[in-house]
Ligand binder design. Structure first.
Ligand code: EPU
Length: 334
């Protein structure tokens, strides 16, 4: 095993923030986990680095998950179970599934990051959450020094949430995720602009290939490519508010978009709230708010994590002042 010291994490986070790691290793084999466990430093796990904001030099060991490989576990007439190693690039896995005709994750095309990160924040888009296809999550427990398997239930999935963000935060190194995909597709086109885009593309017969393409077009048109402008996708979660509060909001803003949420609550897009406060397209130094989607904060070049963090604080305050709604960050602070 080759540990590196004091290296820049800039290439390893999609925000492109230049902070260092005291120790760093790219992990390719699970057989190295035991030896790594004995290295007595705090461990931070990095997948695609697409949902983190670095605001300081990282003390301890950063482990880049590079475990690769996709294996068919079993299949029947209806389903195929795939065990996918955590370091696989999420979008490549989606396209692999789509090209084999395995349905269930086509709406999640082009989400940045790795397969191992998918269960941690239960990634989702266009009406589908990763939890709907996750059968189990396998990982290495740093303290118990054993491999452990979590059933879908045990992962305690929520909206952009799971046990790996709470009780098991930094305690488990996800090694693989087992998905159950469908051989017969059930299409989900009702959310957002998917239907419109399929129509624009002139799609006559629906397929998972067409849906993946539609999603790719929509995402490319609204979300900045991290290779060109640093970002971590949605910076905030969409808040849910009580129906009375929503009705008052709708009186003042007739065109407020909304989705029904659990327990009679209403989900309001954070992007809309941030835009209403005048932030869309705002730039201060190299930190800014994306001009096509106000939910996405960006690093134009040399912003520090604190520049982005301070901007997010200003946005939180202004949304709270104007609407009495407290936004929550989706991005993890490092
Ligand atoms: N909107 C605005 N102004 C904006 C942005 C959005 O008015 O600047 C309005 C839109 O017009 C639309 C509504 O808000 O009526 C929803 O916008 P959009 O469909 O773009 O989705 P979102 O709610 O902003 C969520 C996810 C995205 C996911 C999309 C599509 C969260 C926090 N974000 O965004 O996920 O791609 O839906 O399903 O749930 C991510 O998590 O990193 C991410 C990109």
């Amino acid at each position: 095993m080759q540990l590196q010291q004091n290296i820049s994490l800039k290439p390893y986070n999609t925000f492109g923030i230049d902070e260092t790691a005291e120790y760093f290793i790219a992990l390719h084999n699970t057989s190295d986990l035991e030896e790594l466990t004995a290295f007595n430093k705090e461990k931070h796990i990095l997948g695609g680095g697409s949902n983190i904001l670095l605001t300081r030099a990282i003390q301890g060991l950063v482990v880049l998950n590079q475990l690769k490989g996709i294996q068919i576990e079993k299949e029947n007439a209806e389903h195929v179970w795939l065990k996918v190693n955590a370091g696989e690039v999420w979008h490549d896995f989606v396209m692999h599934a789509v090209s084999n005709g395995w349905a269930g994750i086509e709406n999640l095309a082009l989400i940045p990051g790795t397969v191992g990160a998918a269960p941690i924040q239960n990634i989702g888009a266009y009406g589908i959450d990763a939890k709907e296809t996750i059968e189990s999550v396998e990982g290495w427990h740093w303290l118990d020094k054993t491999f452990i398997r979590f059933s879908n239930d045990e992962c305690k999935f929520g909206y952009r949430d799971s046990i790996f963000k709470h009780g098991l935060k930094d305690k488990v190194f996800v090694t693989s995720v087992t998905f159950r995909l469908n051989k017969r597709a059930a299409y989900h086109t009702g959310y957002g602009a998917v239907e419109q885009e399929l129509e624009r593309m002139g799609v006559q017969e629906l397929s998972i290939q067409a849906i993946a393409q539609a999603v790719i077009h929509i995402r490319n048109s609204k979300l900045p490519d991290p290779k060109q402008i640093g970002n971590a996708g949605s910076f905030f979660k969409n808040p849910t508010i009580p129906i009375v509060q929503f009705e008052a909001l709708k009186k003042a803003y007739a065109d407020v978009p909304s989705y029904p949420a659990a327990d009679g609550m209403i989900k309001v897009p954070a992007g809309w709230l941030v835009e209403q406060c005048g932030w869309k397209g705002y730039r201060k130094g190299d930190a800014g708010v994306h001009a096509k989607q106000a939910l996405v904060l960006v690093n134009y070049s040399d912003a520090t994590g604190s520049d982005v963090w301070n901007l997010s604080e200003e946005i939180l305050h202004s949304v709270n002042n104007k609407f009495g709604i407290e936004l929550e960050r989706e991005v993890q602070l490092w």
